[in-house]
Design a protein. Structure first.
Length: 296
């Protein structure tokens, strides 16, 4: 298996981006793949989720230091309880790097060049948790990646911000990374008891099919997500039998056949989404109907 670099991204915050990045990475590792989780967000939420934020800071094994000094992979990664999973920790220094380097020629290539200068072939997959903004950090992630994945809630304004994000990605594909491939949408925090959520998923499937967009996973709503984050333990390590843990494991299994490293040859057209379709938006004006149905 060639090394596949995947960014988990959405300009809209609070859509389960970090939970998806962390639990996708750990699920791939549990499936026997060698994985590197890259926290490219100065808030360092993925690093906190993995319980490595403070330890990485103390050892100065943080992303900003790694990129600015061009540190070797072995001097930068943090190990985890699963020998298949390593982490590159985020830190506040990334905010300064983003501000100071934004006008530098080739700044968007920083992460790509660092990865190319290191022995990343030891990894089957590299999962990047991105910052929820179309800044230099986002550009760096998209330039370095082979694939990108978009988490989304089944709630009002689900397409809010996607127009600008896809427009930015289209520009990056034109000038910096022609082979960037859209894996699809992951629906997060899906409540099967909520009639609005069910209707949204039904309409979204139809919309995505007509626009040639894949829905690659549906993650059920669960208090275990917040619990695992606060306990700094990924879901599958906390309780692999939970439906939400199995949903992320199934997402990893579904994506594996698509991960073939850089896809050379024919390029993929970037989706053109301008706003939430009226027929989808209309369902959020209705009162949700709750029924006594078990969640997954």
């Amino acid at each position: 298996m060639k090394t596949s670099i995947i960014s988990v991204t959405n300009q809209k915050g609070g859509v389960g981006k970090t939970a998806t990045a962390v639990n996708l990475a750990t699920s791939l590792a549990e499936l026997g793949k060698r994985v590197l989780l890259v926290d490219l967000d100065y808030q360092a939420n993925s690093s906190s989720y993995m319980g490595l934020k403070q330890k990485a800071k103390q050892k100065n094994r943080v992303m900003s230091n790694t990129l600015l000094k061009g540190l070797e992979l072995e001097r930068s990664v943090m190990k985890t309880k699963n020998p298949n999973l390593d982490v590159l920790a985020g830190d506040m220094g990334l905010s300064k790097l983003s501000r100071e380097k934004i006008l530098d020629p080739g700044a968007a290539m920083l992460l790509k060049q660092w990865l190319e200068n290191n022995s990343i072939s030891v990894y089957d997959a590299i999962v990047i948790d991105t910052h929820p903004s179309l800044d230099l950090l986002f550009q760096m992630a998209m330039t370095a990646s082979h694939y990108y994945l978009v988490p989304m809630f089944a709630e009002a304004d689900p397409f809010d911000g996607l127009e600008y994000m896809f427009s930015e990605i289209a520009q990056i594909k034109t000038g910096l990374n022609k082979q960037l491939f859209f894996l699809g949408i992951v629906i997060t925090k899906f409540d099967k008891k909520n009639a609005t959520h069910r209707k949204f998923l039904e309409l979204l499937k139809s919309f995505c099919k007509s626009n040639k967009i894949s829905i690659v996973g549906v993650i059920p709503d669960s208090q275990a997500i917040a619990s695992s984050s606060s306990k700094q333990t990924p879901l599958i390590w906390q309780n692999a039998k939970l439906p939400v843990s199995q949903a992320y494991l199934n997402l990893a299994k579904a994506l594996l056949p698509e991960l073939r490293g850089a896809r050379m040859g024919r390029t993929q057209k970037t989706p053109a989404i301008t706003e939430t379709p009226d027929h989808i938006m209309a369902i959020f004006d209705e009162e949700p109907e709750l029924q006594n149905v078990e969640i997954f």
